[in-house]
Design a binder for this molecule. Structure first.
Ligand code: DPP
Ligand code: ZN
Length: 863
């Protein structure tokens, strides 16, 4: 298979200035005419051919400066044009006509049809499925786009930028011409056409300019767009305030589509979103959905500066825009929580996701630095490493430089690079230069994969009143990287003593081993380290259970407090122990503390995920971990039954539904209580869940009740599931939840294995393999989010995975490649799992027609 390497980057031989596209939309035969001003690029060589890329296109014609041109060669993926005017030294006009077939495009890359409407997805390399082009992010051009379509079929015609004009054409056709004043790479191009309607608002930005905001959806979904609009307005104001960045276009549009590979896409002025991250109303969307919509809307909007105005030189630099933009959306969402404790809750949620998803990736066969050095298929590198770890790396600049220093770095970055396609090195240089700091060693975060481990040794000398802390760092080998250099690791610490006299300090660990001595420490302190998760590392710290209990009961840093509880639970679960009396008391005190945020309580009583527990083991027995974790949970449920019952009553949220953080936190705690009550005693408490299910006026409560019934195998579950399906049969996103809930049900004694339900679900009339959300709600939910059901000793889960990967790959390689990742960690498992997983991987590898996407994932897993 072909590999692309970061160090093989060459600047483009030719580049484009003005691009005019004329697109006549027809599902079966869309005609694309391009007219491009071509000039020598930074890597120009006289006489070199102009090599364009194209995929699944029918070539029609080619002209240069108005004349037919015969000197070209076509391959399935390229169009090479020779004999250019004056050896290519003079600018020339290139005109190409080609044809594509949107209705046959099931990959959802390029131009495709969804529910009769046209959409595009061009990142990373989809534009080449629309027309022959220099489809690389360092070629930035100005676009003027004319869309033509039958007016009855496509009354709405949208593209990037500003609307210049609309026209009626013969035979019921019409056209719209759009112009984007900002030069952009092709991956930010978009068009949308069809039967859509919008809500709109006009706002005034900081400079006093008026801006038109629109959210376009299918007509029946209009009533579900308010929250997305509010989120957009909040994002616009936040970016002005926090970073001094203003919306630069007269018009900003969001469009929702139900067939979409990713979450959303930041095309200039025309963001295209998966419906899942736009549509919400209390009856159909949960608190988590509301929060996700807010953060994805913000994320895509923030890309307008971090990604669009300043873009990536090449795809190896993806984290330049993604890590930075995730950091920005995390900070935005934290501020939207409305309080310090809310910010902490958001931080804990983000860290939990990172550790559950990214740590396994960083320890597995697909491990890569946030700036990868090599890939076969770039679509496989839209990863939690590039995004979430990338965001942690950006956060570390802020930790090291302070908020103001970070802002100075951002200002310099835009001052230097506005309108350019740049690299991660440029970002680091802006941060370093703006703050007069040497960040050379910090570059290792960009070049080395793997989660660093930091070992903690402490020594207290009571006579000298001296405390000594020794930290040493290491990082396990990862593919292609046997030896690692030390990282620059910022660690926030605090020595906790009864007198409370020590303040928080920032230590910078840069050597393999370093010691710090603290004087005048009146008693042996309890160390609170990596507070607020200041660095994305694993700690190796044999802290006593007594010290962990102290931290869990009262560390002033909410993250560290939460973390101490996680560690206690983790150690006991992995040691096959039940929570002891002291821990139960600590849980009880925490739950009953009237000062504490309900959302924090919910997080503190949620156990570490199975996949995170796996990463702590040398050899994973998934059934054993499931059983131990379940028993641990049941004990908490039983011992605190009275408290759970009280919390359930105390955290009701009467009155009309509001999705704000405080109300959401209360619902989260109340619904954890409900689930715990069913865990303790399903027969007694199931009727209360049924009642909540029936009387709920919002999806959070209705779904939580249903989920508690299903997960605990209550006999009432099936009736409620049937009711749920009928109630929401017309709402695709809710039906996705219905599927996902059943596919992610963990094993329950006395019930058949979930796999047999999953096989039935796959035959359900509402199941559609070619809709990514629906496929994920059944297949990915089972294979990736239901470990104890998936990892069966007979290998039946893996056989299902093989079938599903192959079936999906024929339709949509990107969605298939995600699923293919589910067996990444096979080497970590004990027998018989390990051999059965390996055999399953080999079975997929043996398929001759695999897409490059799936082939890369499977090849690396076996490699
Ligand atoms: N749509 C993806 C994102 O916003 C890729 N850019 O992260
Ligand atoms: Zn992004």
């Amino acid at each position: 298979p072909q590999s692309f390497r970061r160090l093989e980057y060459r600047p483009p031989v030719y580049t484009f200035d003005q691009v005019e596209l004329d697109i006549a939309l027809d599902p079966a035969r869309t005609i694309v005419k391009s007219r491009i001003d071509v000039l020598p690029g930074k890597g120009f060589v006289a006489g070199a051919p102009l090599v364009l890329v194209g995929q699944d296109l029918e070539f029609v014609s080619l002209r240069i400066n108005g004349d037919a041109h015969r000197h070209f060669e076509l391959t399935p993926e390229t169009l090479s044009i020779h004999s250019l005017p004056n050896e290519g030294k003079d600018p020339f006009i290139l005109e190409i006509i080609s044809i594509c077939v949107p209705e046959k495009n099931t990959t959802l890359m390029g131009l495709y049809v969804s529910n009769g409407n046209f959409f595009t997805q061009c990142e990373a390399e989809g534009f080449r499925k629309i027309t022959y082009f220099l489809d690389r992010p360092d070629v930035m051009a100005r676009y003027r786009v004319t869309l033509q379509a039958r007016e009855a079929q496509c009354p709405v015609l949208l593209s990037n930028g500003n609307l210049l004009k609309t026209e009626k054409l013969p035979n019921g056709w019409h056209s719209a011409t759009w112009e984007d004043p900002f030069p952009k790479p092709s991956y930010l191009f978009a068009l949308v056409a069809g039967k859509l309607e919008c809500i709109e608002e006009t706002i005034t930005t900081s400079s006093g300019a008026k801006k038109l905001l629109q959210i376009w959806v299918e007509p029946h979904d209009l009533k579900k767009t308010r929250h997305a609009m509010d989120s957009l307005i909040a994002s616009i104001h936040w970016d002005e305030k926090r970073f001094g960045l203003e919306l630069d276009l007269e018009r900003f549009m969001i469009v929702a589509v139900s067939d979409f590979n990713m979450g959303a896409m930041e095309n200039k002025g025309l963001n295209v979103f998966n419906t899942k991250f736009v549509l919400a109303q209390p009856e159909t969307a949960t608190d988590a959905d509301f929060a996700n919509i807010e953060s994805v809307v913000a994320h895509e909007y923030f890309h307008n500066w971090t990604g669009n105005r300043v873009t990536c030189q090449d795809w190896f630099q993806l984290s330049l825009k993604e890590g930075l933009t995730v950091f920005r959306d995390q900070e935005f969402s934290a501020d939207q929580m409305g309080s310090e404790s809310g910010r902490a809750v958001k931080r804990i949620e983000d860290v939990r996701l990172l550790r559950q998803m990214q740590f396994p990736e960083d320890a597995g066969p697909m491990a890569h630095p946030i700036r990868p050095d090599e890939y076969q298929e770039i679509n496989n590198f839209y990863t939690v490493t590039v995004y979430e770890k990338g965001s942690e790396v950006v956060r570390m600049y802020q930790t090291l430089l302070g908020r103001e220093g970070f802002r100075k770095g951002m200002d310099l970055y835009f001052k230097r690079h506005d309108g350019q396609a740049v690299t991660c090195d440029d970002f680091l240089a802006a941060m370093a230069d703006a703050n007069h700091r040497d960040l050379t060693q910090f570059k290792n975060w960009y070049s080395q994969a793997g989660t660093p481990r930091v070992k903690v040794q402490e020594h207290y000398d009571a006579t000298k009143k001296q405390y000594q802390l020794t930290l040493s760092q290491s990082c396990a080998p990862s593919p292609g990287q046997p030896d690692k250099k030390p990282f620059h690791i910022p660690l926030k610490i605090r020595l906790i003593t009864s007198g409370n006299e020590q303040v928080e300090k920032l230590l910078e660990l840069t050597e393999p081993e370093q010691s710090w001595t603290f004087d005048n420490i009146s008693e042996r302190p309890v160390l609170s380290i990596n507070r607020d998760f200041s660095a994305p590392i694993q700690l190796e710290f044999d802290q006593s259970e007594a010290d962990l209990l102290t931290l869990f009961s009262g560390d002033d840093d909410p993250f560290s407090r939460w973390e101490a509880g996680q560690k206690l639970a983790m150690q006991m679960i992995l040691g096959n122990r039940l929570p002891d009396a002291k821990l139960i008391e600590a849980y009880r005190t925490l739950l009953m503390d009237p000062q504490l945020d309900p959302a924090f309580k919910e997080l503190a009583l949620t156990l570490p995920a199975e996949t995170y527990l796996y990463e702590q083991c040398k050899s994973v027995d998934p059934q054993q971990i499931f059983t131990a974790r379940r028993a641990f949970r049941k004990e908490i449920a039983k011992q605190l039954q009275l408290e759970w019952a009280a919390l359930y009553q105390q955290n009701q949220t009467p009155g009309p539904f509001k999705p704000d953080a405080v109300s959401a936190g209360k619902r989260a705690l109340k619904n954890l209580a409900l689930s715990m009550l069913l865990e303790a005693d399903p027969k007694t408490w199931a009727p209360m869940a049924v009642n909540q299910y029936q009387t709920a006026d919002n999806m959070t409560d209705r779904y939580a009740a249903l989920s508690a019934l299903v997960i605990h195998g209550a006999k009432e579950a099936n009736e409620c599931l049937a009711d749920f399906f009928n109630r929401f049969a017309n709402d695709a996103l809710v039906i996705d939840k219905w599927f996902a809930l059943q596919s992610s049900r963990p094993p329950v004694e006395g019930l058949e294995l979930t796999l047999s339900d999953v096989k039935h679900l796959r035959e359900h009339p509402a199941f559609k393999l070619n809709n990514p959300n629906r496929a994920r709600s059944v297949i990915h939910a089972f294979c990736a989010n239901n470990p104890a059901s998936f990892h069966q000793p007979d290998g039946s889960g893996y056989a299902f995975w093989v079938e599903s990967v192959l079936a999906l790959d024929a339709i949509n390689p990107q969605v298939a490649a995600r699923l293919a990742r589910a067996l990444d960690r096979w080497r970590l498992f004990a027998e018989p799992y390990q051999s059965k997983m390996k055999a399953a991987l080999e079975q997929v590898a043996a398929c001759q027609t695999l897409s490059p996407d799936v082939r890369e994932v499977i090849g690396k897993a076996l490699g």
